[in-house]
Design a protein around this ligand. Structure first.
Ligand SMILES: *Cc1c(COP(=O)(O)O)cnc(C)c1O
Ligand SMILES: [Zn+2]
Length: 422
């Protein structure tokens, strides 16, 4: 029993189910029947207030436990997920041309990305189901998050990643003791295979946009942003979008807070996709129905937001439409170029998909979706250490390079003079 959850609702047909009646999706709609977790806000309001949260002393995402779909006695994993910093940057605000700008740094999560929020939730839900093994398909970060969180509680994981996943991400998985299946195909192939294998072997499935609880874990990032800003929602939140689970979760988090009257309005949500993986941008611009729009062929350097068929597209589309936000597409060069800009102006070190938020903010500014008076939060979703070769490409395009010198002071002098004369 989960006292604060009233039911699960199919986003396609609106059918309602008790949390114990279905495992993942609406049986009438198969894999497309993504469920939304619906809460009893009256019960939550009776149990907890903003003050209770602020004085809870819990320095993890479980600080918001009363707003999460977990049973009262369920243990949570020991790794410290959440409570990441929100840095204000005057310099970056100036450069972008907005009144206030904050960067939410998810690169400092235990396994280096925002995905830890969802995977921590997956561990709790798998335990509630009594499952010893958890499986997921992933472009890399969700898998690393699941493998790390599972290692912290001694659970087995089976991971399906596309064979082209960056090496650092695969190394991370193996270090955490995961069984890694490198699928010779796309993320979409890995996704389908993981569904079939989980079914056959009885594994708990963490797949994004299939397991209804992943966006519930991810929504805690919105709670933290609102709390850090004194429960004043920003005007705009910008984030990179692959499957759409993060942006859907961000919307859910702010909607929860609005329903509880802890904030008084929704921010506009801007979803950023790479030009080579712009399914949702296309659908949004053309007014297409994402239930029937066929997959596209996705290619981008930002591997974490490469998705031919965004699995959480219903939640993502709703997040942008209902908040009066926008989807924008940015070319790979601009994503890579945003890496050193974000790093050098704020000290936050992003992987390509994380820097996409800044590249997208610049595009949204040009396209008029974001104005000069807006108070904006960009989410840096993962650390640059995840994909060092991509960071290097972004840096080299600026002309920055190390200076190779002989080990003597004269060589240092020559090098520094040379820089001064450049
Ligand atoms: C997964 C991921 C995203 C995109 O999240 P979706 O839920 O797939 O839209 C963005 N950035 C990073 C670093 C990620 O790992
Ligand atoms: Zn349905």
């Amino acid at each position: 029993m989960i006292p604060n959850v009233s039911h699960l609702r199919c986003l396609v047909c609106g059918a309602e189910y008790g949390p114990d009646d279905v495992d993942y999706v609406c049986p009438r709609h198969g894999d497309e029947g993504i469920l939304d977790v619906v809460y009893d806000y009256g019960a939550i309001a009776a149990e907890v207030s903003r003050d209770d949260v602020e004085t809870s002393g819990e320095e993890t995402m479980w600080r918001y436990r009363a707003l999460l779909p977990v049973a009262p006695g369920s243990p949570t994993p020991p790794l410290r997920v959440g409570r990441t910093p929100l840095y204000e940057s005057l310099r970056l605000a100036d450069r972008v041309g907005v009144s206030e700008l904050w960067v939410k740094d998810e690169g400092v999560q235990p396994t280096g990305s925002l995905k830890d929020r969802a995977s921590a939730m997956a561990i709790v839900k798998a335990d509630e189901r009594g499952a010893a093994t958890i499986a997921t398909a992933s472009t890399g970060n969700a898998a690393a998050a699941l493998a790390g969180l599972a290692a912290s509680v001694g659970r087995e994981t089976v991971i399906f990643v596309p064979a082209a996943a960056p090496e650092a991400k695969v190394a991370q998985l193996l270090a955490f003791g995961a069984t890694v299946l490198l699928v010779e195909g796309t993320y979409d192939d890995a996704f389908e295979l993981c569904l079939r294998a989980s079914d056959r072997f009885g594994w708990y499935n963490r797949n994004t946009g299939y397991n209804p609880y992943m966006s519930e874990g991810k929504k805690t990032v919105a709670f933290e942003i609102a709390e850090a800003l004194g429960w004043q929602a920003p005007d705009v939140v910008v984030v990179g979008v692959g499957d759409g689970c993060i942006i859907g979760g961000v919307a859910k988090g702010f909607r929860d807070l609005l329903a509880l009257e802890w904030i008084d309005r929704m921010p506009r949500l801007v979803g950023v996709q790479a030009e080579g993986s712009a399914y949702l941008v296309e659908a949004w611009e053309r007014g297409e129905d994402v239930l029937t729009k066929p997959p596209i062929d996705a290619h981008t350097v930002a591997d974490s937001i490469s998705a031919g068929l965004p699995r959480d597209r219903l939640k993502a589309m709703r997040a942008v439409r209902d908040s009066d936000g926008a989807f924008v597409a940015v070319p790979d060069e601009k994503i890579l170029a945003a890496i050193p800009v974000l790093a050098a102006t704020t000290g936050v070190f992003p992987e390509p998909a994380a820097a996409a938020s800044l590249a997208g903010l610049l595009a949204a500014r040009e396209e008029g979706h974001v104005g000069s008076g807006d108070r904006v939060v960009i989410i840096s979703t993962g650390t640059g250490l995840k994909d060092v070769p991509a960071v290097r490409r972004g840096v080299e395009a600026t002309g920055a390079r190390p200076l190779r010198i002989a080990p003597d002071i004269g060589a240092v002098e020559d090098a520094i003079r040379g820089l001064e004369n450049e």
